[in-house]
Design a protein around this ligand. Structure first.
Ligand code: NDP
Length: 501
């Protein structure tokens, strides 16, 4: 192993010490510290408190008080909206600082981290608009004696648990919508990438979010997250992470029947027909597979290519992939950064080795890259993958692309649907009927047609099957953080129940 070379961009950098936010105050908490070693640089870049169960309980108590007695739930939508808009402005103003933290803590390329910050600020603005437009229904059709009003009522205290792969973007897919609805929250970022979420705490205080409305507790899932998902004073859990921990979260929340929203893993197929614009597809395949080093729930990690084009298209994807720059996440020209931890790099390598043993051939890459920085994986293409192989069914969460083939449309749909996940998919064809047939029959929360991984704050995002429960983004996102309450109002004299008519 080559010794780590500290990049010039980190010359003046000192590891940053963070504290947690509980009830409006910054605190070290009762536990020790977590040190984050940058995956792309091999050097300590952040220290956060290792929060304890007791810290989580204090945060939950603060959120409960802020919901039951504080001003946030009863403010007007316009007042909440203005605070969220101020937060969006502050996020934009501190975007470089936030992107830098996400880059060094997660190992993603700095140019990509900056793009995510732009997207996140837009989501906060969109949620601010929804805060003013949250409304229920009324029924004036129930007869002279009845008026029905259906209210959208904030669900209460929400635990928000996020993963390491898109630290700032994912908290932004949850928190502003919960706040727009009038909820109060406890947020637990991943222990690997807590920095930008803690800076968000500073931003929200400056924007005017009252004490106790947003509490941020750092630490591990088993210590902090387990309290956040079981505590009786929490009304809802919004979780993004692996399907395994999602399942555990749901079981934990079931003890007190909390509302649950889950965004979990994916093994997303791109189905390609011979009549597609193959230049456009090859570009999208490279993007879909290597974006965020494949550490992406939406990664296009499973190509299902028509057999007539499979060999040629695979060669073209490999050629283009050789030009993709893997390297120092802080270099603005880098396109693929580091792998989150050495353990995760080993796990990715095991998937590749097992696939090769099972008969797949390695068309590109296949091993870790020693760049003298942190841990990196070469973009890897596996061809001749059979649908039953683990690498075709399970989420590798690394830069590993599996190529499968099909002959008929029905076979493509069958292969696409024959796994436990259903997050997203795409279809490539110039034929309208082909696109719509695939779009309707593939069981996934998003189906792209002749594009891949495009998104917008307005469009709902989430999974079928074991990819999740509920939807984020879109106009219904804010409704996920509400209860529905019926006001059934009687008008005029009431007919007595026991007096015969
Ligand atoms: P994990 O499931 O390991 O962790 C997610 C979060 O859950 C972390 O904050 C973690 O804490 C916490 N956690 C761990 N154990 C518990 C527990 N017992 N109780 C409560 N919380 C717990 O996922 P990763 O962080 O490894 O993220 C990668 C996964 O996330 C991938 O599978 C990916 O597909 C999925 N993902 C899904 C997305 C979607 O929208 N569908 C988007 C992005 C990622 P800690 O790790 O700090 O201990």
């Amino acid at each position: 192993m080559t010794a780590h070379v500290r990049p010039k961009a980190l010359d003046d950098f000192k590891a940053r010490d963070f504290r947690m936010l509980i009830d409006g105050a910054w605190t070290q908490g009762a536990g020790s510290a977590i040190e984050r070693v940058a995956p792309g640089h091999g050097t300590v870049v952040s220290r956060y408190p290792a929060g304890t169960g007791a810290d989580a309980e204090r945060a939950i108590a603060a959120a409960r008080r802020a919901f039951d007695d504080g001003p946030w739930p009863t403010m007007t939508g316009a007042e909440r909206s203005n605070i969220l808009l101020k937060a969006a402005d502050l996020i934009a103003a501190r975007a470089d600082e936030l992107a830098f933290l996400d880059c060094i803590e997660s190992g993603k390329p700095i140019s990509q981290a900056k793009g995510e910050l732009g997207g996140a600020a837009d989501i906060w603005r969109y949620a601010a608009a929804l805060a003013r437009d949250l409304h229920g229904e009324s029924y004036n059709t129930l007869g002279q004696g009845t008026l029905g009003v259906v209210l959208r009522d904030a669900v209460g205290v929400v635990s928000i648990i996020t993963p390491w792969n898109f630290p700032f973007l994912i908290v932004s897919q949850k928190l502003p919508f919960a706040l727009a609805a009038g909820c109060t929250t406890i947020v637990k970022p991943s222990e690997l990438t807590s920095g930008s979420t803690l800076v968000l705490g500073e931003i929200l205080i400056e924007a005017g979010v009252p004490a106790g409305v947003v509490n941020i507790v750092t630490g591990t899932g088993p210590e902090v997250g387990s309290v956040m998902t079981t505590h009786p004073h929490v009304d809802m859990v919004s979780f993004t992470g692996s399907t395994g921990v999602g399942r555990l979260t749901m079981a934990n929340a079931a003890q007190t029947l909390k509302k649950v929203s889950l965004e979990l893993g994916g093994k997303n197929p791109q189905i390609v027909f011979p009549d597609a614009d193959l230049d456009a597809f090859v570009d999208a395949a490279v993007f879909g597979a290597w974006f965020n080093a494949g550490e992406c729930c939406n990664a296009g990690s499973r190509l299902i290519l028509h057999k007539d084009i499979a060999a040629d298209v695979t060669t073209r994807i490999a050629e283009l992939s050789r030009q993709v720059k893997v390297g120092d996440p802080l270099d603005p020209t880098t396109q693929v950064g580091a792998i989150i931890t050495p353990q995760h790099l080993d796990r990715i390598g095991t998937y590749v080795d097992d696939a090769a043993k099972a008969g797949a051939s390695i068309s590109l890459g296949g091993a870790a890259l020693d760049l003298g920085l942190g841990q990196f994986m070469a973009p890897t293409i596996l061809s001749g993958v059979a649908p039953e192989m683990a690498v075709a069914r399970e989420e590798v969460f690394g830069p590993v692309l599996s190529v499968l083939t099909f002959e008929t449309t029905n076979e493509a749909i069958r292969i696409a649907n024959a796994i436990d996940y259903g997050l997203s998919a795409s279809v490539w064809s110039r034929d309208f009927d082909t696109c719509l047939t695939i779009g309707r029959k593939v069981r996934a929360g998003t189906v792209w047609m002749n594009t891949f991984m495009d998104g917008a704050s307005e469009l709902p995002f989430g999974g079928y099957k074991q990819s999740g429960l509920g939807r984020e983004l879109g106009r219904h996102a804010v409704e996920d953080y509400t209860e529905t309450k019926t006001l059934n109002m009687h008008v005029g004299a009431r007919t007595s129940w026991w007096v015969p008519r």
